[in-house]
Ligand binder design. Structure first.
Ligand code: SF4
Length: 88
């Protein structure tokens, strides 16, 4: 199972990362989520690795699913890093 196929809690905060070994520089990710992903001069993605805002989570996950090389990864972020409070 690739990291992309891991089931993520729908509410869990995520941060994006790129596996540059897999990435082919298609640029689809930057087209789908330009707020957080830009391309360098060679067309390879530069990703803002800070936690994605909750309201942007669906767009981030859409970009992850669209990556043809499974190179764009969404990692769950501990609540402590996002500043969110965890309800018991
Ligand atoms: S869509 Fe995937 S392969 Fe294409 S630039 Fe983005 S991370 Fe790389």
């Amino acid at each position: 199972m690739t990291v992309r196929e891991q089931r993520l809690d729908d509410e869990a905060p995520v941060a994006l990362a790129i596996d540059m070994i897999r990435c082919d520089g298609h640029g689809i990710c930057a087209w789908l989520f330009p707020d957080r992903i830009t391309l360098d001069r060679w067309g390879f993605p530069l990703v803002d690795r800070s936690p994605v805002a909750h309201e942007d989570r669906n767009r981030a996950m859409r970009a992850v699913r669209a990556c043809p090389r499974a190179a764009l990864i969404a990692n769950t972020v501990p609540a402590a890093r996002t500043g969110a409070t965890v309800q018991p």
